[in-house]
Unconditional design. Structure first.
Length: 165
């Protein structure tokens, strides 16, 4: 069993640009059509697939972020580096770790920016993520659907990252 400390670490694969938005702290809720009872450290992995829909999402999100009051001066050094990487350098890679602290059915998040960055509404669940910690460099790893357990190499990187924070 893969563990860090006494709990099993889980990971989730998320489309770009949303994976990076979670890791820089601009997106606090990952929305899904299914809930989870898992709480704890969660590796955020950027999906490998890139298509026209992803490219369009990135253009829309770029405009939303430019018009928002998101304060980039509060980014850590590793978050700032991640925010400057081309998405092609993040696809199919683990970006870092967040703390999954809650999961609840949601109609909206309460934040105007968050509502623009997520898919809220009936039947959607908000996975509340806090304390994003980015790897120094994104780590190549094959993603999976649903929650999954990272391999031993990624587990070691997670353990090192968590011990530094």
């Amino acid at each position: 069993m893969s563990t860090v400390g006494s709990s099993t670490i889980k990971a989730i694969t998320i489309w770009q640009p949303y994976a990076s938005l979670i890791m820089i702290g601009a997106k606090r809720f990952e929305t899904r059509s299914w809930p989870t009872s898992y709480r704890g450290s969660l590796v955020i992995h950027a999906a490998k697939r890139w298509d026209e829909d992803r490219a369009l999402d990135c253009l829309v999100i770029k405009r939303i972020m430019q018009d928002s009051d998101f304060d980039e001066s509060k980014l850590t050094e590793s978050q700032w580096r991640l925010s400057r990487l081309p998405f092609s350098d993040t696809l199919g890679r683990a970006l870092g770790v967040v703390d999954l602290v809650n999961c609840r059915q949601m109609d909206c998040s309460g934040s105007e920016l968050e509502n623009q960055l997520g898919s809220f509404g009936p039947g959607r669940y908000g996975w509340e993520c806090e304390n994003p910690r980015c790897f120094e460099q994104p780590i190549y790893h094959t993603g999976k659907q649903g929650l999954w357990v990272p391999d031993v190499h990624l587990q070691r990187s997670v353990a090192n990252l968590l011990s530094e924070s």
